[in-house]
Write a protein that binds this ligand. Structure first.
Ligand code: GAR
Length: 214
C-alpha cells in the first residue's frame, strides 16, 4: 500500500458504538431485495451470531432469478416473488407488497438493494419503519449508480448510509454511516466491494438502533 493509500485508509471510520436492544421480543423483519442479496445475508448472519435480536419473516424480491431468493432458500427463509412488471401502477404493486408483508406479520421493512421507487401506499402502511441502505454518504450521490457518481465526482472519501426511508429516493433520517476511502486505482467494482463490507456492518446496527429509538 502506498503512503497515500495508507493515509486514505486510516480515514475509514469503522468504530460504531455497540448496541443493545431494549426489547426482548425479536424484531419481525420483512426484507426486500432486487438482486444479489448480500445485505440480506449480512442481516441473517447478524441474527445467527446473536448480534441482532430479530427474525426474518419473509424476503420479497421483484426480479425472477435474483440471487437473494437462493440465499433465502439456503437459510430456510420464505421468499416471495412479486414482479413489478405484472402490475399496472407503482401503487398497485405496493398494495400487493403491503398485503404480503402483513400476511407474514412483518413489523420492520428493510430495503436491502431494493431498486424500485416506493409510493405512499407502502410508506403509510409502515410509517417510520422502513430502513434503506445506500452505497454513498448521503445526501451525496442519490439514486442509481451511486458508486460511479462518486468516482466521476473525484471524491476521495465515500461510503454508505443506512437510514429511515421516506418518499423521496435515498432520503430520510440517517441512522448509521461508514466512510470508505477512494483509492487511486479504484474501479466501480473494487470500490463497491469495499463499500459493501461496511454496508454489511452498518445495516444490522441501523436496524437495532431504529428499534431502540422507538
Ligand atoms: C447495495 O450496495 C445497496 O446499497 C444498493 O444496492 C446494493 C445491493 O447489494 N442500494 C441502492 O443503491 C439503493 N438506492 P446486495 O443485493 O448485495 O445487498
Amino acid at each position: 500500500m502506498s503512503e497515500i493509500d495508507a493515509a486514505s485508509a486510516s480515514l475509514i471510520v469503522p468504530q460504531i458504538p455497540s448496541y443493545e436492544m431494549k426489547s426482548s421480543n425479536p424484531l419481525k423483519l420483512g426484507i426486500m431485495a432486487s438482486g444479489n442479496g448480500s445485505n440480506f445475508e449480512a442481516i441473517a448472519q447478524a441474527i445467527a451470531a446473536g448480534q441482532l435480536n430479530a427474525q426474518i419473516q419473509v424476503l420479497i424480491y421483484n426480479n425472477p432469478g435474483a440471487k437473494a431468493a437462493m440465499r433465502a432458500a439456503n437459510r430456510g427463509v420464505e421468499a416471495v416473488l412479486l414482479n413489478h412488471r405484472d402490475y399496472k401502477s407503482r401503487e398497485k404493486f405496493d398494495h400487493q407488497i403491503v398485503e404480503k408483508l402483513r400476511q407474514y406479520d412483518v413489523e420492520w421493512v428493510i430495503l436491502a438493494g431494493w431498486m424500485r421507487l416506493l409510493t405512499k401506499v407502502l410508506m403509510d402502511a409502515f410509517t417510520d419503519k422502513v430502513i434503506n441502505v445506500h452505497p454513498s454518504l448521503l445526501p451525496s450521490f442519490k439514486g442509481i449508480h451511486a458508486v460511479e457518481q462518486a468516482l466521476a465526482a473525484g471524491v476521495k472519501i465515500t461510503g454508505c448510509t443506512a437510514h429511515l426511508a421516506c418518499l423521496e429516493v435515498d432520503s430520510g433520517p440517517i441512522l448509521v454511516q461508514a466512510a470508505v476511502p477512494v483509492l487511486p486505482d479504484d474501479t466501480a467494482e473494487t470500490l463497491h466491494a469495499r463499500i459493501q463490507i461496511q454496508e454489511h456492518r452498518i445495516l444490522p446496527q441501523a436496524i437495532a438502533l431504529a428499534a431502540q429509538r422507538r
